[in-house]
Ligand binder design. Sequence first.
Ligand SMILES: N[C@@H](CCC(=O)N[C@@H](CS)C(=O)NCC(=O)O)C(=O)O
Length: 207
Amino acid sequence: MPLKIWGRLTSINVQKAMLCVEELDLPHERIDAGLTFGIVNTPEYRAKNPNGLVPVIEDDGFVLWESNAIVRYLAAKHASGSLWPTDPQERADADRWMDWQTTTFQPTVGPAFMHLVRLPPEKRDPGAVEPSRQKTEECVGILDNVLAKKRFVAGGKLTIGDMALAPAIHRWLNLPIARLSRPHVERWYGEIMRRPRTARALILPVV
Ligand SMILES: N[C@@H](CCC(=O)N[C@@H](CS)C(=O)NCC(=O)O)C(=O)O
């Protein structure tokens, strides 16, 4: 049985998992789920993920939800020494960026994305965009400083840290919003997007 992944490709959390699946060239079946695709409120799906969110994977009967946990699991299983650094300090460095994306970056960029893209026009609040944009610029500045010294977020190799950050930066760089020039972030993003399999996970327009 190939790896199964439930989740629509417009979800940033599904993109993280799919980036990993594509990068590792894992045989898989992806089932669109969430928002207009539904499925997430069926009893069968809720039995897999009681949160009713995407993504979920099933691998040889093992069911897992939480996108970062999925990325860590797939990398640990299939990419020890590459996406999953074996040195504890290197791995912690990569891992830290996953937590940063979830707990710092996502909450800052989230309002801009919701009020520019995701919410129906009548529910959008233009006033929510600018504070979110300013705080996100600070985050992207932090990342730009790191990528000025490193090819990828945790050093010379692509790791789980990049798997979590690339979808977030893909979204940011494609939002219809003013942005400062960030040459190191743009260089890193360009390098990731030139990986043919990896870019498949980020193929759909953000807007
Ligand atoms: N912490 C969870 C968050 C999952 C989540 O919020 N998923 C969103 C999409 S990004 C979702 O399922 N939204 C409802 C839907 O698509 O129906 C993770 O990282 O997997």
